[in-house]
Ligand binder design. Sequence first.
Ligand code: NAD
Ligand code: 0WE
Length: 275
Amino acid sequence: MLQAQQKEDTMGMLSGKRALVIGVASKLSIAYGIADALHREGCDLAFTYQNDKLKDRVLGFAEGWGTPASRCFPCDVASDADIDHAFVELASQWDGLDILIHCVAFAPGDQLAGRFVDVTTREGFHVAHDVSAYSLIGVTRAAQPLMSGRAGSIITLSYLGAVQTMPNYNVMGLAKASLEAGVRYLATSLGPEGHRVNAISAGPIRTLAASGIKDFRSMLAYNASRTPLRRNTTIEEVGNTAAFLGSDLASGITGQVIYVDNGFSITAMGESDNA
Ligand code: NAD
Ligand code: 0WE
């Protein structure tokens, strides 16, 4: 019993693995929930942050998970040079990488409010697809040398707006559709190397990226009341699914979009307890 207990204290399903987490901005970030779950399961972590404004915050969180500042790098995923630089720096710290967490999305604010046909611009379309969909391909390519020979797991975050319309999600829905297709093409092209690529499609969660969205509070209330499990998704639930997908327990899963939404997406017309 004592031996079993000790084993439980020191071993997790990701012990001996190394992950790079892209997209921590606050304690509410989905990437924060993922980093926390990976760390709990024994994974060693490295981080990138978008810009200098986020640097100190990310360094502070990283320290809490036992990650030194030397394993935190700036990286604006809209820049090829930043992506290349971040992986050169990572390669000076680590000789291998097992898990890549891509937890990034952006569209200009004016794209996410109003009638899709009226508000969607060429520039808005371009930025949304560049930052939210192309970037997965860019960082995955940059990670290849470090992942070589290690059966890597690449995980990104999507949303139901990729496959069904959602008021105001607008061009982000198109970018998520592209991201999900990218998951399938990356899974196909990296399968022969032994790498897996999957997306987690999370239910709505109050994060920084959601805080600017009009009526997000009422969306959360609607979602909780119509969802089979009658509650909203948490970053802990997404983190636990990412830990599973990153682990060898998920060795047969690639190219998939796994819904972590308390069942919202399976209903055509959600029933609520009241009217
Ligand atoms: P968040 O604001 O905490 O995280 C978004 C992250 O994207 C931030 O860390 C930000 O710095 C980063 N980012 C944006 N542009 C970048 C760039 N050019 N270069 C580098 N980093 C950049 O919000 P979140 O909700 O945790 O979002 C993470 C992911 O989860 C996104 O892909 C989002 O679409 C997805 N998602 C969110 C929800 C939700 O309801 N919150 C639901 C499903 C999926
Ligand atoms: O993917 C997202 C949000 C991504 C996002 C958020 C912002 C807000 C600030 C991308 N770009 C920006 N740009 C900004 O200027 N989610 C899944 C959360 C989300 O956003 C919505 C949602 C949901 C859910 C927007 C409209 C409707 C629903």
